[in-house]
Design a protein around this ligand. Structure first.
Ligand SMILES: NC(=O)CCC(=O)C(=O)O
Length: 275
């Protein structure tokens, strides 16, 4: 049995209400036209991606404006929503947080980005999420139709150890709402997804904002689904786009049987702890 997944690559503005409205309209449309079971949104989908915006856009989860609307949308459409991420306010701290909603509208997971995006590439990009954000402390797994899905946010994808822990815990798919940029996007976006998929023999899914050349931070776009062979099965371009794919989990089993590296590991020489 496959799982129909829709990825919404959306454009965002400095107007939170308009951003959330755009997301809900696009969710309703894809549900009507394609009946996906799971719809996933981009990183920071209700706010511009920038440290100066996070305090102003931050909300409580659950209970805040965006949470209430995502919960209702999941319930009305009877779908799972992997709610990209939004800035979350809790106890005077701000997190970059992905919410996951089930078809009854219940919040079944909340992942706070565990690796903050702090880089300084000379002549390229400098970004310090830690100027306003705090890192999460937990890994997050959700189960949909009996399949375990590990959740990460953007920069989290660079950390193979995290992906490996998800694989060790039985995940068959990793989902990363993500906003790479015009420096690291062309270099590493596809490479990292294919690497995580290949190393761990599972699906890797990313959902990016659409590219907006007028934004302070220009997202790379190219939301993508990579299968457990590390093959790109679907990829968006730069603009707003919806990708729909029937994820076939039997491929996970196939790859793991045919290239059995996980039973061949020399864990007497090296080991990654289990979650
Ligand atoms: N939003 C992010 O975490 C961006 C990560 C990124 O661009 C990278 O190169 O890593």
């Amino acid at each position: 049995m496959s799982l129909r997944l829709a990825l919404l690559q959306l454009k965002f503005t400095k107007d939170k209400i308009a951003n959330v409205r755009n997301a809900i309209e696009k969710i309703n449309k894809v549900v009507q036209e394609k009946q996906p079971k799971v719809v996933a949104l981009p990183e920071c989908f209700n706010s511009p991606y920038g440290t100066k915006y996070f305090p102003e856009f931050a909300e409580k989860i659950p209970g805040g404006y965006t949470s209430e609307i995502l919960s209702k949308c999941a319930k009305d459409n009877k779908i799972y929503i992997i709610g990209g991420s939004i800035p979350e306010e809790d106890n005077d701290k701000i997190y970059n947080t992905c919410t996951v909603w089930d078809p009854t509208g219940a919040l079944i997971a909340k992942h706070r980005k565990v690796h903050l995006f702090d880089i300084d590439v000379k002549g390229g990009i400098r970004f310090k999420e830690s100027e306003t954000l705090t890192a999460g402390k937990d890994l997050t797994i959700v189960e949909i139709d009996g399949h375990k899905i590990g959740v990460g946010i953007c920069y989290d994808i660079r950390f193979e150890e995290m992906a490996r822990l998800y694989r060790n815990a039985g995940c068959e798919m990793l989902v990363y709402p993500a906003a790479f940029n015009m420096t690291t996007g062309p270099l590493h976006w596809e490479l990292l997804q294919r690497s995580r998929a290949n190393d761990n023999q599972l699906y890797v899914v990313t959902i990016s904002p659409a590219r907006d050349e007028t934004a302070d931070y220009i997202a790379w776009g190219h939301s993508m689904i990579v299968d457990p062979w590390a093959k790109v099965v679907k990829s968006a371009k730069e603009n707003e786009e919806v990708i729909v794919h029937d994820v076939d989990f039997s491929i996970v089993k196939q790859v793991r049987e045919q290239i059995p590296v996980f039973v061949q590991r020399r864990t007497d020489l090296y080991k990654t702890e289990r979650v």
